[in-house]
Design a protein around this ligand. Structure first.
Ligand SMILES: [Zn+2]
Length: 491
């Protein structure tokens, strides 16, 4: 029987984020499962919306689970952490004497030494296991995939939805691709497309991404995919790429070309939908009925945001919003002082704003309304069934206001209503619901939202790409749809 070694190594690196991603962040988990090894993997991942889980469910061969590691998006992955995890994967696959390898990867991981860390992992696997071994990988829709990824992998599958409700399904598609590779030669073609797309413009719930992705199953290729890329990454192959697989090279080439042309034709239609924070709050207050959901994409922890900026919160305070809830603000010190004071206590606060580049703390007093140890199970379409471990969490009512803030101890994107319910807040019951997220929140919040607004407040995930101080992008790349070319001499 064919033996397939399986491993996962997921990180989306924002090279502008002001903090590194350490081994500890992979080990302890948070919104993602903690680092898991070997025989513990099938039990922990079964039924979850994670590519590796989908692969395990669909694979018809003998599987040898090696390791799965993922951390919340953030700054550069430390090289020591990358080397340790990569080495476990490479040596684990070698020891398993596997006939094939499946990798659950993101595609936007960057270390100080490796601008395309997944390409480096594939290089090390090839060096150890040879060039012939079938290696199939799945990637996030936000992968910044360098040419070497496609040269070194036998075949790849990429998520087709944003919010990523199809992560497990993509793992299952990777299992089908592996079967195709085991049956006979599979040819690949890929084409990079030369404009960056802000993440709020990428949602597959809106045009033009919706139609681009709906078209993929109609391609004559065996399998065709698009990665739209992750813009806050200062690397040459930042941005979109199209890939197609077929039994004949000509078919793969034509399919990749056709999809790339569609993507280029769609360029003017990509819209980041951003409005100012004050304007968003004013519009929410004028709405006849809530909830109006206000997203804070530039401080999305799921894109490397610090999760503690106060821009939108201060706009709510300034507008004296009578009924607003916000989750989850990353502030371990305030969470700890709320836990020390207890429910019902009024405490002095200096909330969030720990990075002066983006915002300053909100000061004043607040009442501790509820406390939690931050352990709960997600129930929404993206993370449903997964267990969160966010450390001490507190629900604080800002004194003299109708504004309630959920404060947590580990950075986590709010893509699931349980991020409110953990401290007894039912989002549907409130007029204004603010989430630290860019797009993923829509999977769980769109069904309850009367209106969704994308508000701009300063943060580590800038959506105005022309303002980002890139130095390493490849020449010819446009900064945003219809945007300017990268100026030739930066820095
Ligand atoms: Zn993604």
């Amino acid at each position: 029987m064919t033996r397939v070694a399986v491993a996962g190594f997921q990180h989306e690196t924002n090279t502008f984020a002001p903090f590194p991603t350490t081994m500890e962040l992979f080990e302890r988990g948070g919104a993602w499962p903690p680092l898991t090894r070997g025989a513990a993997i099938p039990g922990r991942f079964r039924g979850l919306n994670i590519p590796l889980a989908g692969f395990l469910g669909a694979c018809r061969h003998e599987v040898i689970p090696i390791l799965w590691a993922g951390a919340e998006p953030g700054g550069f992955v430390e090289d020591a952490a990358f080397d340790a995890i990569a080495s476990e994967i490479v040596e684990g696959a070698a020891a398993a004497r596997a006939d094939a390898v499946y990798l659950d990867l993101h595609g936007a991981m960057v270390t100080r030494r490796h601008m395309d860390a997944e390409a480096e992992l594939l290089r090390r696997l090839r060096a150890r296991l040879g060039v012939e071994l079938p290696i199939v990988a799945s990637f996030d829709l936000h992968g910044n995939l360098a040419p070497e990824i496609f040269e070194l992998a036998s075949a790849v599958a990429i998520y087709r939805s944003y919010p990523h409700v199809d992560m497990a399904e993509t793992g299952a598609r990777a299992a089908a691709l592996l079967d195709a590779v085991l049956e006979g030669p599979v040819f690949k073609a890929w084409q990079h497309v030369d404009f960056l797309i802000p993440i709020t413009a990428q949602s597959t719930r809106y045009s033009p991404a919706r139609e681009l992705y709906e078209h993929l199953p109609e391609s004559p290729a065996l399998s065709a995919d698009i990665a739209l890329g992750f813009p806050p990454a200062d690397i040459p192959y930042c941005g979109p790429v199209v890939v197609a697989h077929a039994r004949e090279q000509e078919i793969a080439d034509a399919a990749a070309r056709e999809i790339a042309e569609r993507l280029l034709r769609a360029e003017p239609a990509f819209d980041s939908r951003l409005i100012g924070a004050e304007a968003a709050v004013a519009r929410a207050l004028a709405a006849p009925k809530g909830p109006v959901v206000i997203a804070d994409p530039q401080d999305n922890p799921g894109a490397g945001g610090t999760g503690d900026t106060t821009g939108i919160l201060k706009a709510l305070v300034a507008a004296q919003a009578p009924d607003a809830v916000l989750s989850m603000l990353h502030d371990p010190a305030t969470a700890a002082s709320a836990h020390a004071a207890g429910v019902g206590a009024e405490i002095a606060i200096s909330l969030g704003g720990s990075f002066a580049a983006y915002s300053t703390p909100l000061t004043g007093t607040a009442t501790v309304e509820a406390l939690s140890d931050g352990r709960f199970r997600f129930t929404g379409p993206m993370f449903g069934g997964s267990d969160a471990d966010l450390g001490p969490v507190a629900r604080l009512r800002l004194s003299g206001t109708g504004i309630t803030v959920v404060v947590g101890s580990r950075r986590a994107q709010n893509a699931d209503q349980e991020m409110f319910r953990v401290v007894g807040i039912e989002p549907a019951d409130h007029a204004i619901v603010c989430v630290k997220s860019a797009v993923h929140f829509m999977a769980d919040y769109a069904p309850i939202a009367r209106e969704i607004l994308f508000a701009v407040a300063p943060g580590a995930n800038p959506c105005d790409l022309a303002a980002i101080p890139y130095r390493n992008l490849r020449p010819g790349l446009r900064l945003g749809p219809g945007g300017p070319l990268l100026p030739p001499a930066r820095g």
